[in-house]
Structure formats: structure tokens, C-alpha cells
Design a protein around this ligand. Structure first.
Ligand code: ZN
Length: 470
């Protein structure tokens, strides 16, 4: 494998970005930066985007009294802003309302045509929501939003023969040819496949869903979310004209998604790709969710964490660090102000930040040429390549703590006078190790590493994580 193509999921722009998506961006970005350092800048493509069609958005826009396009423009800008605020190094950002994407989705539909057929669709329709509800979405048989009973409605829609691909998908997932990670999620997907996969409805009548991409050759039907949204990943690769450079069998293709949308990515998306005769992704990594003070975030509880204000106050690196270090890679995790502040002060400011200045001072005293002590090796990172972000960081932080401890035990300021040669040797080893660790952490906290670089070049102390008034 010499090239890597990484995507984050495409959030639905009916609501503003939340902290969970900030984590997903940070995860994808850490992977992209790691692979770029390992394989070369132009060997990696990192894609972000937004999912912008559907009746929910149409309805919200109408309620707000603006055109749906204007509505999605406004929310999408916030997702773009979040990427910038977090210092995300994406190579492209694909919106599903863009012309290039409409072309891509339409082409994917055509390539799947042999598996698409018309059938009566029976569903429970809430006229308030203007959408079909699944039994699972209902609460006591009622629409959870409107508290009304949805009407049984029958209409003719297009279906995709997903069931046809279920045996093949099972084989690919069992053998890890299509790797679902963590293992718990893989088993979940295999469970769904064992329960049986039905063909899926992939269109709606235009009267019920006008805000979407028309079905090719049938102006009365509009694509439902599956073909419309999932094709975003190949649009970013250049589909249908120039995708072979990235979307090919040789490139390692990774989707980073939340566990709540794993089913679509692990079953429907590969099913569509198999039908279209296109390569499948290699790895789908599904992360968990974030609670706030151990409670689900909700507006009514007033415990929603705004990623923007957090970044503004503490900087992108600290937020990225917390999300990758303290939310377990394979489970849900918690955010609280107290924990965040403890991590900022302890692990970042004291352990990583102050150590830099300790070492720079010692380097000066022992007459070491600090700028020569930059080792340029990117280590092999099985933890990072395996999405175990928190284990990866833990390893680096333990190493930083080790250096801090050795300094306290060795008391090098005394040794510099008594045994200057020995002191110089020890201090230079610490400086080398510190640089190496900081370089590894650059995938997580890139701006802090730039500061470390500066300190090494100039021999001057730099504050990595300045004091913040809580
Ligand atoms: Zn409703």
C-alpha cells in the first residue's frame, strides 16, 4: 500500500456541528497527517463533506422562510468553519448539492441500474414531518415529534436489490477483506447480515421529496438518501471521470464514521459499489459517542458542548488532544469541563509544555547544539494505524513523564558542574527523545509541534499551552 484515501462521514446539515463530529474530524486528520509523514504529502487524500438534501431540510428551510439552498449554505459554512478552527488538513470538501456531486450520484445510479427495479413501497408516513417513519422511530406507535399516528401510505418507488449482495458482503467482512473495526462493530454488522438483509427503497415520489437529485430517466422520482449521500465519497475521488487515481484496488481506502451510521456504510454502501463494479473501501472505522458529564447531550438539559467556544478558549490542539486521548477509540466517552481542565494543565501544560522549556534551558547550560537533535524518523505506529488513538497518545505521554522523572532523579544541573561531558550526553538524549515524541504527537497537535520546532531552531523557550483563566 503506497496511497491512502481517508474520509470522514458527511453530517446532515439540519443542525449545527457538535463535539462528536469535531472528534471525527480530529481522528481523520490525525490519520491523514500520520500517513502523509510516512508515505509523502501527495500520497494521501483526506476528504470531508456534507449531506444536504432530504425532506427534513426542505421543511426546516420552509419554516425559517428561506430557500433550501440558502439554508444549507449557511449550515454547511459552519462545518467548513469547524474544520478550519480545528486546523483540519482536508484536501477537499464535497457538498451533495454541488453539480459535480449530482453528476457522480446520477452516474452511480446508472451503473447500479441492473439491480434497481420499481415496486410498491408501503410505509408509515407522517405528514407533519413529511417523511416515512420506520417502526423503530415511533414511540408508542406515534411520531416522536408530532405525537400523531402516521398514516399507512403506498407508493411506487425504486428499490435496490441489496439482498443479492448479502452473502458476498458477509464473506468479505468475515475475512476482513472489508475490515470493520473495532471487532465489536464487526460482530454487530455480521449480526445484521445474519438477521437478513432486505432490498432497500432508493427513491421517493417527487411530491414527497422535492429537495434532492432526480432519478435519471424518471422526473417524477427523486433519489432517496442512499445513492445521493453515500456517493459523496467517490465524488471526492473524482468520480465518474477521474476517480481511478484514488478509488482503486491499490489505495488503502478508509471511512471514519460514527457507530450510529455504521449499518449504512458497512452494508448499503459496499452493496452499491459491488453492483456498480467499483472497488470497495478497505476499512470502516466506527467510533463511539460523547456524553457531557456522563449524560446524553441535549438542548433541554443545557449540557451541549459547543466546539467553537472550546477551541477559541483553549486552542485547537488542546481540543483535538482531549478528544483523541480521553474518548476511548472503541467505546463511548465523556467530556466534562473539570476533566478537560485537568488534562490541559497536567498532561499538556506541565508534562509536555513545561518539559520543553526545562530541556531548552538544560541544553543551553550543557552547551548542546539543540538544533542538531531533531531526529527525523517517523516511527511505525501500530496504534495509530489501528485507530487506537488513546493508546497511541498514552504511550507518548508516558514517555514524556519518564523524561520528567529522570530529570528530577538525575539532577542534571548539579551534574553539569561535576561531570559536564556526562551531563551533556544525558541531556542530549533527552532532547532527542523529546523531539521524537513531539513529532509523533504532531499528528494530534500539529501547532504545538511547530512551536517545538521553533524552540529547537532558536534555542529559545516557547509556551506550548499557556495558562488559561478557567
Ligand atoms: Zn412527525
Amino acid at each position: 500500500m503506497s496511497k491512502v484515501f481517508i474520509t470522514t462521514s458527511i453530517p446532515y446539515v439540519n443542525a449545527e456541528p457538535h463535539i462528536g463530529f469535531a472528534m471525527e474530524l480530529a481522528q481523520g486528520d490525525a490519520l491523514a497527517r500520520y500517513y502523509r509523514a510516512k508515505l509523502g504529502e501527495d500520497q494521501v487524500f483526506f476528504l470531508n463533506g456534507t449531506d444536504e438534501h432530504g425532506s427534513k431540510i426542505d421543511k426546516k428551510a420552509k419554516e425559517t422562510g428561506i430557500e433550501p439552498q440558502k439554508f444549507v449554505d449557511r449550515i454547511t459554512q459552519k462545518f467548513i468553519d469547524l474544520g478550519k478552527a480545528l486546523n483540519i488538513s482536508n484536501d477537499d470538501f464535497v457538498r451533495t448539492t454541488s453539480d459535480r456531486h449530482k453528476k457522480s450520484a446520477t452516474d452511480l445510479w446508472r451503473r447500479c441500474q441492473k439491480d434497481i427495479y420499481k415496486k410498491n413501497y408501503k410505509g408509515l408516513y407522517c405528514s407533519g414531518c413529511e417523511e416515512f417513519k420506520t417502526e423503530k422511530e415511533l414511540v408508542d406507535g406515534l411520531c416522536p415529534v408530532h405525537r400523531t399516528k402516521p398514516e399507512p401510505v403506498e407508493e411506487e418507488n425504486y428499490f435496490f436489490a441489496l439482498s443479492k449482495y448479502a452473502p458476498k458482503l458477509r464473506e468479505l467482512i468475515e475475512s476482513d477483506e472489508l475490515k470493520i473495526t473495532p471487532e465489536l462493530r464487526k460482530n454487530e454488522v455480521l449480526g445484521w447480515l445474519r438477521e437478513g438483509v432486505q432490498d432497500i427503497s432508493v427513491s421517493r415520489e417527487k411530491l414527497k421529496l422535492s429537495w434532492g437529485i432526480p432519478v435519471p430517466g424518471d422526473p417524477d422520482q427523486v433519489m432517496y438518501v442512499w445513492v445521493d449521500a453515500l456517493s459523496n465519497y467517490i465524488t471526492g475521488a473524482g468520480f465518474p471521470d477521474s476517480h481511478e487515481k484514488w478509488w482503486n484496488e491499490e489505495t488503502l481506502k478508509i471511512h471514519v464514521v460514527g457507530k450510529d451510521i455504521l449499518r449504512f456504510h458497512a452494508i448499503i454502501w459496499p452493496g452499491l459499489l459491488l453492483s456498480a463494479g467499483l472497488p470497495l473501501p478497505n476499512i470502516i472505522y466506527a467510533h463511539g459517542h460523547i456524553t457531557s458529564d456522563n449524560q446524553k447531550m441535549s438542548k433541554s438539559l443545557g449540557n451541549v458542548i459547543d466546539p467553537f467556544s472550546l477551541i477559541q478558549k483553549y486552542g485547537a490542539d488542546a481540543v483535538r488532544y482531549y478528544l483523541l486521548a480521553k474518548i476511548p477509540w472503541d467505546d463511548d466517552g465523556d467530556f466534562s469541563s473539570d476533566k478537560f481542565q485537568a488534562v490541559y494543565k497536567g498532561e499538556l501544560s506541565d508534562n509536555w509544555g513545561n518539559l520543553l522549556n526545562r530541556l531548552v534551558v538544560l541544553g543551553g547550560k550543557s552547551k548542546s547544539q539543540i538544533s542538531d537533535l531533531k531526529s527525523q524518523n517517523i516511527g511505525s505506529n501500530p496504534e495509530l494505524a489501528g485507530f487506537r488513538f488513546n493508546n497511541f497518545i498514552e504511550k507518548q505521554i508516558t514517555e514524556l513523564a519518564r523524561i520528567n522523572r529522570e530529570i528530577n532523579e538525575t539532577e542534571p544541573w548539579k551534574l553539569i558542574t561535576s561531570e559536564p561531558d556526562k551531563a551533556k550526553k544525558i541531556i542530549e538524549k533527552w532532547l532527542q527523545d523529546y523531539y521524537q515524541i513531539s513529532q509523533e504527537l504532531s499528528f494530534v497537535a500539529p501547532r504545538s509541534f511547530e512551536k517545538v520546532e521553533k524552540a529547537y531552531s532558536t534555542g529559545q523557550a516557547v509556551q506550548l499551552f499557556p495558562r488559561v483563566e478557567w
